[in-house]
Design a protein around this ligand. Structure first.
Ligand code: HXC
Ligand code: NAP
Length: 293
């Protein structure tokens, strides 16, 4: 058994149809692939239809699963309604929504225009609440159960300089997650979130570690486990949270970051750089002081 392997039973997602925003690339693609391998259907929705169609044919070839690609900008409510309508026409019903689409870039905040702020917050927060509203209303009207899974980050609660629009957007998504989990439980709609640490993707790395930053800053050094995440690890967690195995998990945000955010919040965590010889000297000094009384 390895963390790079699938975890759930074969057929765990059979007869389930999951919409994945931003499902043509990165983590959304990897999670979608695993859902297909578990017997589910997926609908991938984002702006670039050429990327979606390429991913759809690759994943069909690799898994033999059922996949629908629909162009959609999550900032436009009517395009989201169209995704839901097309999903129902093709597969009969929507069982889950993975709110994964995001925009982000690294920049000192004072260098940003207000349009740059809007660009990120509109994708991350507005896109997620638009999709949640459209899918939730549809489930409630049809008396169908449903599950939302929202991808946030650990700086949704710590905040972070240099990615302030993203931090604001993700904090809003976390509030949405916890709020809807309570309000819509009566309709049998569950809402959870995953907060990943660094998982290499072209989309994130190109925007968060551009140019020389990639050489100066190795994300693995900030992580107690001294490595970044493997896509199958988040796919396992996401599939569990979208499946009926997690039927009693609601309103939770699960961190998958190798201990990164706690390590960097801990007052003395940086003492890991002290070599054991120095600890030996400190211990000797302490015992000498104790002996002196
Ligand atoms: C400063 C920038 C910028 C940058 C764009 N803008 N990129 N400002 N630094 N790097 C400004 C533009 O100048 C413009 O303002 C405004 O933002 C809108 O730009 P557009 O290019 O028109 O926006 P749009 O086409 O809507 O594209 C959105 C985007 C883009 C966010 C800018 O990067 C995108 O499409 N991203 C999608 C994928 C993505 O970001 N993936 C990474 C997710 S990683 P002006 O004033 O000039 O009009 C992630 C990880 C989190 O979230 C945690 C990691 C541990
Ligand atoms: P990614 O590959 O860039 O994924 C982002 C996706 O969002 C793209 O497929 C993009 O597709 C889609 N998207 C952007 N704007 C959209 C819009 N307006 N409408 C519809 N779709 C839109 O990056 P990723 O790393 O896989 O990120 C996936 C999720 O994980 C994001 O929520 C991100 O914040 C989160 N996350 C990632 C990491 C990491 O280390 N990778 C860490 C923490 C959290 P189009 O361009 O085709 O629209």
């Amino acid at each position: 058994m390895k963390y790079t392997e699938g975890m759930l039973q074969p057929g765990a997602m059979k007869d389930k149809t999951i919409i994945i925003t931003g499902g043509g690339t990165g983590l959304g693609r990897s999670i979608g692939k695993y859902i297909l391998q578990l017997g589910g259907n997926i609908v991938i929705a984002s702006r670039k239809e050429d990327v979606l169609n390429k991913t759809a044919s690759e994943l069909t070839r690799e898994t033999g699963g059922q996949i629908l690609a629909v162009g959609c900008d999550v900032r436009h409510y009517e395009e989201i309604e169209n995704v839901i309508r097309q999903t129902e026409e093709r597969f009969g019903a929507v069982h889950g929504v993975l709110n994964n689409a995001a925009g982000n870039f690294i920049s000192p905040t004072e260098r940003l225009s207000h349009r740059a702020f809007d660009a990120v917050v509109d994708i991350v927060l507005k896109g997620t609440y638009y999709f949640s509203l459209a899918a939730g209303k549809n489930w409630i009207a049809k008396k169908q159960p449903g599950v939302f899974l929202n991808i946030v980050t650990t700086y949704a609660w710590t905040g972070s300089g240099y990615v302030v629009p993203s931090a604001c957007g993700k904090a809003g998504v976390l509030a949405l997650t916890r709020s809807l989990a309570v309000e819509w439980a009566r309709y049998n709609i569950r809402t959870n979130a995953i907060a990943p640490g660094p998982f290499p993707t072209q989309g994130a790395w190109s925007r968060l570690l551009p140019g020389e930053l990639a050489e100066k800053f190795n994300p693995a050094n900030r992580i107690p486990l001294k490595r970044v995440g493997h896509h199958q690890e988040i796919a396992n967690l996401a599939a569990y949270l979208l499946s009926d195995y997690s039927a009693f998990v609601n309103g939770e945000v699960i961190t998958i970051d190798g201990g990164e955010w706690l390590r960097n919040g801990g007052e003395f965590s940086h003492l890991e750089t002290i070599p054991s010889e120095m600890w030996d000297r400190l211990e000797k000094m302490r015992s000498q002081q104790t002996a002196k009384g």
